[in-house]
Design a protein around this ligand. Structure first.
Ligand code: ZN
Length: 203
């Protein structure tokens, strides 16, 4: 089929977003060597460009004492995802490890997930609720796969979703824009940038 041009419908990119750090978690989706690093099995070439933005958000979240959660795509040998994507994020492998730049610290939650959605078959929903979280800043890769499914799954559970668009990456521009459009249009997520987040002053 011939290539077709489509226009991405407008979605707002919010310039100032105020968060309450006590109720807002940072979620870093699948920033693992297989997706990010040269030699990885399923590299998203632009993922490395998001490292500074995610790192900045991570450092700010640590300073503010925010709840921090990572998802880690985790597959066992002969996983049914492998016929689709090839072998990737095999448990215990180098490619499965979260990139060194964003290495989790003790006390930060790492959710090993089997599917695109960070909530599916994991304790993420429970852990966020126990921590009093009602808002998620969703970052990482792949924008239209793990990020979209985790953001959507969060929104279905009535978490508020914030997506800094410079902190997510996809294989194509179409995939990135489609994910952002869907997160805004369907899940009413707030699309913004990593520089736009500020903290609400205590009352
Ligand atoms: Zn996978």
């Amino acid at each position: 089929m011939a290539e077709r041009m489509v226009v991405v419908p407008e979605y707002p990119v919010t310039e100032h977003v105020t968060i309450d750090p006590a109720r807002t978690a940072l979620l870093i989706v699948d920033m693992q060597n297989d997706f990010v690093k040269e030699g990885g099995k399923l590299v998203v070439p632009t993922a490395r460009e998001t490292l500074p933005a995610i790192r900045r958000l991570l450092e700010a979240a640590r300073q503010r004492g925010q709840f921090i959660a990572y998802t880690q795509d985790t597959h066992l040998p002969n996983d049914p995802e492998f016929p689709i994507w090839g072998e990737h994020c095999l448990i215990g492998s180098w490619g499965w490890e979260i990139v060194a730049e964003l290495a989790p610290q003790p006390g930060e939650l790492v959710i090993q997930k089997r599917r695109y959605d960070g909530f599916y078959g994991t304790s993420l929903d429970h852990d966020l609720r126990v921590a009093g979280v009602d808002t998620l800043i969703v970052t990482g890769t792949v924008a239209n796969i793990g990020v979209l499914h985790s953001a959507g799954s969060a929104a279905l559970r009535w978490f508020k979703v914030i997506v800094p668009k410079d902190a997510i990456s996809a294989l194509t521009e179409f995939d990135l824009e489609a994910a952002l459009r869907q997160i805004h249009f369907l899940y009413r997520g707030v699309i913004t940038t990593s520089h736009a987040l500020s903290v609400s002053q205590p009352a």
